[in-house]
Design a protein around this ligand. Structure first.
Ligand SMILES: [Zn+2]
Length: 49
């Protein structure tokens, strides 16, 4: 399971609601809202994960 960097929920990598690549790493999201939040500011949300 991958962890949604926005809300901390566990997301099934095989069937995520959304995913984004940032600096060579793929992030998975529980819903489109979390993906959108990440995409608006990936630097902030990718840091510390
Ligand atoms: Zn989420």
């Amino acid at each position: 399971m991958a962890k949604d960097p926005i809300c901390g929920m566990e997301v099934d990598e095989a069937n995520p609601a959304g995913s984004s690549s940032h600096q060579g790493k793929t992030y998975y999201f529980c819903c489109e809202g979390c993906k959108k939040t990440f995409d608006e500011n990936p630097e902030k949300h990718a840091a510390g994960s």
